[in-house]
Design a protein around this ligand. Structure first.
Ligand SMILES: C[S@@+](CC[C@H](N)C(=O)[O-])C[C@H]1O[C@@H](n2cnc3c(N)ncnc32)[C@H](O)[C@@H]1O
Length: 636
């Protein structure tokens, strides 16, 4: 990376160090960091390249080199290369879980089909129609169902072992269905016919209309914004980093992505100031790095000046996307929930029974919590905890929306989930919502915001710094962000008694290296990955104490890192001899990794599964199941 920056420096403008993208390499390899030194007249470089190479979508995921080596040891070079490539693409379908307490799959298929055809549909008391749009989220999907076109589909799911169950889409299905129209289908796995798939399409080649020596009108968006756009979102104002001069409302612009680079303070930034004017020259930010990372075309909803003056709203409405994925955000609220299949399967693997008491230890936003409650037909008790106040409100909101009464949500640090006092009966302390803050003036005349300290000392006002005040003012002006709720009350829990749950789900916070689409992975180091693992083990220690003898714990992550998956299972089985791995249903993932890996020059050995254990877990099946699942039974 440093070498690369040196190569691009003004000291030797004729030398350009170009990271090879798949565009030039032809086929993919895992050499995300491979580079080559080109000597060329800088001005003519762009002319030498075919514009179709530049204005394409063929990104290469960057990894920290040690992390890349570790994953290559774990998966083998070819397999890891395929994983890495598949992570850069969104899923080829939207997956919808039907709330079977309110609707049927057939009823929802009918409604969604009507919505996709542009008809207005009754959803509870609301009407939903194509084209509704309300952009309050910073970078989030719009309610619009646009961009779903009847196009040939090239999906990103592959199944080299041919083990995908009927009803799941395969590469070859998609490739062969060149002219098939949009379809909604039920999942064919036994017991999962409440799961619907709506097919998307891509990657599409987009005609950007570039003409030699005439720079395109362009915007550069942040990596996170681009990942949201690939999932079907619009480009919102905060996501725009740079824009060509003279862009006016209504102009067609090409959208490309800037990816974080290492900064001098050891962190990551884009290396240029937001609001930079694009000239269409090599001096533009990340000019070469943006070869092959164009994500589509859209209409500017504001002028260039407007984009950088506004604090929120849609900046670019995407009209032509590399991937078309129907966005069902805020559609048929309460009746359906957009959730990936592995998450739905996690709830089934837990196998909750009516009347049981279940703990969801890291529950927000409540996707799996609500799936569990529905499997229990809303009979029993699902205790959902999360350490974030606003996220607990999201769980409450979702449960209410879905009409689920058996869910109780608390704010709690899962590392302290076991109550300290023997025999404590899950005491709770009500707190106020920190988002419904009121500006006041304290005794000394300072402007302040009363905030909850969320423990016994609650209700005492704490006065914030000016930066905090500005942040809160901004939040109040802009409305709630994607992860923020308005108003309401959240209860704190002091933890729960030993052996007090029939089943515990630990959907642990993790490195999320299985989530896609993903355009950058360089920030995780071997150290940071190991720290995730340590955190998860501490959480697991709590889960073990809370589940009753004969009960079950399901542990899941959304990362490909064996240190957070197989190594956790090894730790659990070696530490708690009264735990055993239990079979899982349904099973759509591949086996776990057996063996061990030496890290940090052999100073640390990470132990994975032993022979015989691999089939009792399910984990990422190259490009399909993006999380890992293990199910433990407490014997005594
Ligand atoms: C992977 S997400 C959970 C997703 C959720 N299970 C679902 O399906 O909707 C991990 C969650 O863990 C929460 N979390 C992280 N550390 C925590 C802690 N110490 N105690 C409780 N929750 C924590 C985060 O706030 C985040 O919401």
């Amino acid at each position: 990376m440093n070498e690369k920056r040196k190569g691009l420096s003004a000291q030797n403008p004729k030398k350009i160090l170009l990271q090879l993208s798949n565009t030039l390499q032809g086929s993919s390899s895992s050499s995300a960091s491979s580079s080559i030194l080109y000597r060329t007249d800088s001005f003519s470089f762009l002319q030498m390249r075919r514009s179709s190479d530049r204005y394409s979508y063929k990104p290469t995921l960057q990894w920290n080199p040690q992390v890349e080596d570790y994953f290559i040891k774990a998966y083998g070079a070819d397999h890891f290369s395929r994983i890495s490539q598949s992570l850069t693409r969104p899923s080829c379908y939207s997956c919808i879980r039907v709330n079977t307490l309110k609707s049927t799959s057939d009823g929802i298929i009918e409604k969604l089909t009507a919505i996709l055809q542009g008809k207005t549909v009754k959803s509870g008391s609301d009407c939903t129609s194509v084209g509704e749009s309300d952009a309050t989220a910073e970078v989030g999907p719009s309610k619009k169902l646009g961009n779903f076109q009847e196009e040939p589909s090239l999906d990103s799911v592959s199944d080299p072992n041919g083990t995908l169950p009927m009803g799941l889409l395969r590469d070859e299905d998609a490739l062969n269905e060149k002219s098939q129209s949009a379809s909604i289908s039920k999942c064919q796995l036994p017991g999962l016919d409440h799961v619907l798939f709506v097919k998307g399409s891509g990657p599409h080649t987009i005609e950007y209309g570039d003409v030699p020596n005439q720079p395109l009108k362009e915007v550069i968006v942040s990596r996170k914004c681009a990942e949201a756009v690939l999932r079907g979102a619009q480009v919102f104002v905060p996501g725009v980093l740079a824009c060509s001069s003279h862009v006016e409302k209504g102009d067609t612009v090409a959208v490309s992505v800037a990816v974080e680079k290492p900064s001098s303070d050891g962190g990551w930034n884009f290396g240029f100031t937001r609001g930079t004017v694009l000239q269409g020259l090599e001096t533009d930010p990340q000019f070469l790095e943006r070869n092959g990372v164009y994500i589509g075309q859209g209409n500017a909803m504001m002028s260039r000046a407007g984009i950088f003056r506004a604090s929120h709203g849609i900046a670019i409405e995407m009209t032509n996307r590399v991937f078309n994925l129907p966005s069902f955000h805020d559609v048929l609220e309460g009746e359906i929930f957009l959730q990936n299949l592995p998450s739905i399967i996690t709830a089934h693997v837990l196998d909750p029974q009516q009347g049981e008491r279940i703990l969801d230890m890291c529950a927000a936003p409540g996707g799996k919590t609500t799936a569990i409650a529905i499997l229990m037909r809303d009979k029993g008790e699902v205790v959902a905890v999360d350490r974030s106040h606003n996220k607990v409100m999201d769980i409450q909101k979702l449960a209410a929306e879905m009409g689920l009464n058996c869910i109780t949500a608390y704010r709690l640090d899962a590392l302290k989930a076991v109550a300290r006092v023997n025999g404590s009966a899950d005491p709770v302390i009500p707190t106020r919502d920190e988002d419904s803050l009121v500006v006041n003036v304290n005794d000394s005349g300072q402007l302040g915001f009363p905030v909850e300290v969320c423990d016994e000392k609650a209700n005492k006002n704490v006065y914030l710094s000016k930066a905090d005040i500005r942040k809160s003012m901004r939040r109040m002006r802009n409305g709630p962000g994607r992860n923020q709720s308005m108003g309401g009350r959240v209860e704190n829990s002091k933890g729960f008694s030993h052996d007090s749950f029939d089943r515990v789900l630990l959907d642990a916070p993790c490195s999320a290296l299985g989530l896609r689409p993903r355009l950058f992975s360089g920030e995780e180091t071997l150290d940071s990955l190991r720290n995730h693992g340590k955190y998860q083990k501490r959480m697991f220690d709590q889960a073990v104490q809370l589940v009753r003898p004969g009960g079950f714990i399901v542990y899941s992550t959304c990362t490909i890192n064996p240190g957070e998956n197989e190594a956790l299972v090894r730790y659990a089985l070696d530490t708690y001899k009264f735990l055993s791995l239990a079979p899982q249903h349904p099973r759509v993932g591949g086996p776990g990794l057996v063996g061990h890996c030496e890290l940090f020059d052999g100073k640390y050995v990470e132990e994975w599964l032993r022979h015989g254990e691999e089939e009792l877990v399910q984990r990422k099946n190259p490009d399909f199941l993006h999380n890992s699942l293990s199910r433990f039974c407490r014997k005594t």
